[in-house]
Design a protein around this ligand. Structure first.
Ligand SMILES: [Zn+2]
Length: 486
């Protein structure tokens, strides 16, 4: 069965057919680097990381380009505020973005082109559009003439007359149509500029992606991605530029991810205005962000609420706790025998289910549910405190399966003990409980039990329970923090 994906342009799911056998060319619009990125900006990066991994797992050779917009009004504004060159700002936030990206454990892209490295290619693409009579020059400014490109609106399904009716902004009377957009503009005093056939200036926003695609991937690409907010005008304009220059199809499949929702009343209370990915990862954990995002289909809106974050922490704790147990069994049992047959069968059937889910327009919500199902099946074996040769092989089967399936979403690659400790620390901090207090109560209870003072031991157990600490007698991880439904 082939991979099916939803194409924004045709508005339906289509069978993926590559331009070139066994290869996929993907371009995803990257960030404008003028500040730390909002967590919403990472929905695309996390989704497309999985999409890329899934194509690779399905036997494709993927070339993935993700650009950095390093010339832009917002960058220039910030550079003026700080009294530094605009490249100081863009370099700084590229470095910060790359830190976040690395912390999320996402796979490096094949190319991260920057606008400032592609000026000659941008100029030559603009020239080809002009030569094709689809752009015109006025006072050192180049405009794309959308009426010369009859397919304009094919992606966003917008019609020019409707656009015109909704137009309220002031119109530049030099333009042939109010919707003609800028390919090249003269730089203002103090702004970065490059020499061009039309004078000193800088590129408009949309042209960079078309030029980078053309130089790095060719006239036509397989998949172009981005957030749904980019469909119009950015992607519509990109397509007009690409096709206006080459007369070839720009892209075969347009894949757009939906928003992250913070705006409604259900918005996370404890998160408050902490919506930068850096702050989220500091307050919570990168794994939470990935699991949370992938637990919803990329085309649906996702509200980030306290409940959802709690559910995610709960799910991660359960899966990692099972993995920790599997590692302990694997470590402590020396001899091995064949793994539990029924369990292996369950894992194999879940592998097929994951394939079916991801082949069907990358249904990560189902993918996540199958990871959880495997954990449930492992826990149901009730081998946590048993040590038989067959358990070693069973534990290994679980570890290997989780590694293979988890890495598709860059999940479950952490050391289980370490992340469980980190998640517990995070929960204690949230409850404003001092860990030393917990450890003291636990050791007092241990002492009471040794002294056979059962009354006191019970009392201490209730005190711990009141703090949200659950005791796990007999287990290596002897206590954990419960996720409070406060
Ligand atoms: Zn773009």
């Amino acid at each position: 069965m082939s991979i099916k994906l939803y194409n924004t342009q045709s508005q339906k799911k289509e069978d993926f057919k590559p331009l070139e056998q066994g290869k996929v060319k993907i371009y995803l619009c990257g960030p404008t680097v003028y500040d730390f990125l909002h967590i919403g900006n990472f929905r695309g990066a996390i989704t497309f990381n999985l999409i890329r991994n899934w194509f690779e797992k399905s036997g494709y050779d993927v070339t993935f380009v993700y650009n950095y917009t390093d010339v832009d009004d917002k960058i220039i504004k910030r550079s003026i505020e700080e009294g530094v060159d605009s490249n100081v700002i863009s370099e700084r936030y590229i470095a910060e973005f790359e830190k976040d990206f690395k912390r999320l454990g996402l796979k490096k892209h094949d190319h991260n082109p920057r606008v400032t490295d592609f000026i000659p290619q941008i100029i030559s693409l603009i020239q080809r559009i002009i030569d094709n009579n689809k752009a015109y020059v006025i006072d050192g400014e180049v405009f794309y003439q959308i009426e010369a490109y009859e397919k304009y609106g094919q992606l966003s399904k917008k019609k020019l007359d409707e656009l015109e009716a909704g137009q309220r902004v002031e119109v530049d009377t030099r333009k042939k149509s109010p919707f003609d957009f800028v390919l090249w503009k003269p730089s203002k005093e103090g702004e970065p500029y490059w020499d061009s056939p039309w004078g000193k200036g800088r590129p408009g926003w949309h042209i960079e992606c078309s030029a980078m695609i053309n130089s790095l991937l060719g006239d036509t690409i397989d998949i172009h991605g981005g957030g749904i907010d980019l469909i119009f005008p950015h992607h519509e304009n990109e397509m007009a530029q690409g096709e206006g220059a080459t007369n070839c199809t720009y892209c075969n499949y347009w894949v757009h991810n939906n928003f992250i929702n913070f705006g409604d009343q259900k918005m996370s209370k404890s998160l408050g205005n902490v919506v930068k990915a850096r702050d989220f990862m500091n307050k919570y954990h990168p794994e939470i962000l990935k699991y949370l995002f992938l637990s919803a289909h990329y085309r649906s809106q996702l509200s980030v609420t306290d409940d959802k974050i709690n559910q995610t922490v709960g799910a991660l704790k359960r899966i990692y706790a099972a993995l920790e147990i599997a590692h302990i069994i694997n470590h402590e049992v020396e001899q091995t025998a064949e793994a539990d047959g029924a369990f292996v069968k369950t894992l194999n059937s879940l592998t097929s289910k994951i394939k079916k889910a991801l082949d069907d327009d990358f249904n990560t919500a189902e993918y996540i549910s199958y990871l959880f199902e495997a954990t449930r099946a492992f826990n149901a074996l009730k081998i946590a405190t048993k040590r038989k040769p067959t358990h070693k092989a069973t534990a290994q089967a679980f570890i290997n399966w989780m590694k293979e399936q988890g890495e598709l979403g860059a999940l479950f690659e952490e050391n289980p003990t370490q992340i469980l400790d980190e998640l517990d620390e995070m929960l204690l901090k949230e409850k404003q409980i001092d860990k030393r207090e917990v450890l003291n109560l636990i050791s007092e209870r241990e002492k009471a039990r040794t002294d056979k003072d059962w009354g006191k031991a019970d009392e201490l157990k209730s005190q711990l329970a009141a703090l949200g600490i659950e005791l796990r007698d007999g287990m290596k991880r002897s206590w954990e923090v419960k996720i409070g439904a406060e």
